[in-house]
Design a protein. Structure first.
Length: 77
């Protein structure tokens, strides 16, 4: 059976993404879609895949749920 590890990111499309205490800030003049793409591309380089998007009631924010195969250390722990 496959084992996964997960990452949850709070996304405020107005200019900030926060995950595990790390902030990702939109650059001046950067479009919102480019901002989200840049974040996902950065995580994709580390093997993370977007598994789901959970929109929040506040209109310009969501949770991104990401997953990647667990490493052997994570599977055993």
């Amino acid at each position: 059976m496959a084992a996964w590890e997960y990452k949850i990111a709070y996304v405020d499309f107005r200019g900030r993404i926060s995950s595990e205490g790390v902030e990702f800030i939109r650059q001046q003049g950067e479009h919102r879609t480019s901002f989200a793409t840049r974040y996902l591309s950065t995580l994709g380089q580390d093997g993370w895949e977007l598994a789901a998007v959970h929109p929040l009631i506040r209109t310009e924010s969501s949770y991104f749920i990401l997953k990647r195969p667990a490493t052997e250390a994570k599977k055993e722990g």
